[in-house]
Design a protein around this ligand. Sequence first.
Ligand SMILES: NC(=O)c1ccc[n+]([C@@H]2O[C@H](COP(=O)([O-])OP(=O)(O)OC[C@H]3O[C@@H](n4cnc5c(N)ncnc54)[C@H](OP(=O)(O)O)[C@@H]3O)[C@@H](O)[C@H]2O)c1
Length: 332
Amino acid sequence: MFTAKENRYEKMIYRRCGKSGLKLPAVSLGFWQNFGHKGCFANMENMVHTAFDLGITHFDLANNYGNPYNGSAEENFGRILDGMRHYRDEMCISTKAGYDMWPGPYGDKNGSRKYLTASLDQSLKRMKLDYVDIFYHHVFDPNTPLEETALALDNAVKQGKALYVGISNYNKAQTEEIMSIFKDLHTPFVVNQPSYAMLNRWIEDDGLDKFAAESGFGLAVFSPLYQGFLTNKYLKGVPEDSRVGKGQTWIGNQLDDKMVARLNKLNDIAAERGQSLSQMALSWVLKNEAVTTVLIGASRPEQITENAACIEKLDFTESELARIEAVLRSDS
Ligand SMILES: NC(=O)c1ccc[n+]([C@@H]2O[C@H](COP(=O)([O-])OP(=O)(O)OC[C@H]3O[C@@H](n4cnc5c(N)ncnc54)[C@H](OP(=O)(O)O)[C@@H]3O)[C@@H](O)[C@H]2O)c1
């Protein structure tokens, strides 16, 4: 039986999710990769225990996380939880549905009430939970009326299967539209989950971050390390045991000489700040006040320990920000 370290909450900071009552740790753990049946279970368990001992109380899942993608991460998380269910009330667990999941017209990429309702039931069974804290629609579906998707999420709350609802990969306009429906329904909508990193700033261009801050919902941002680029991993080439080395990402072709040079310059700035590159990249994302939490991925416990320490230095000087900006905007 896992026993968490007593002082774990002193090691993390907690930020309010928008204007809701829910607080999330500044750093959260995501289960997209490395938690499937092809991985080593002891390593997964160790990662969850390490995270929880660092005060990382938020675990982000989805029906399609893990390899194979049909529920394997949720199943493994359920097994890990078996050794720590007595901490359930100290955890915030989220899951999602929206991407392709099972054969036929009811489990493909969509936002129907039929799919979301069945999928949440399956997720609860796999994790052996009565409820999740946050249930997300994973990706905007232009073919399903937003009222239907909103009602399906709202219904999950009314049935006691989710406490809050979220949306993911919705831009500002799509968020505005579904929010007006949530408002009418009094749905506890608290969070949007977009991608955001030093190398991926679409939410700033779209205005989603400003809109979140003004409207009072939180942002749980994914791939804040740009799937591992913004770490010390690729500074001198591509290691075999990396996401790019294993061909587990579609952005591997962006890792050209110019990108590696840029990463090395960012690494120099991080070193001057007394941080690793991954820590600086996470601190940089967290300086955006609209961001509630960064959802990090990991392949080993040491990465989680290193990344969680980003909260020790969240402030940037004007000069550091200007130098970072110059590197990000440079073409060489
Ligand atoms: N809503 C959505 O559509 C969506 C989409 C994607 C992700 N997400 C969520 O966001 C979470 C994180 O996504 P992500 O895994 O792409 O995030 P990320 O934090 O940008 O990348 C994580 C990867 O970076 C590497 N890494 C992390 N820390 C490191 C360190 N200190 N030193 C060296 N390498 C390090 C590891 O890769 P190696 O395997 O190479 O070691 C790790 O798997 C997911 O698990 C999921 O919960 C949501």
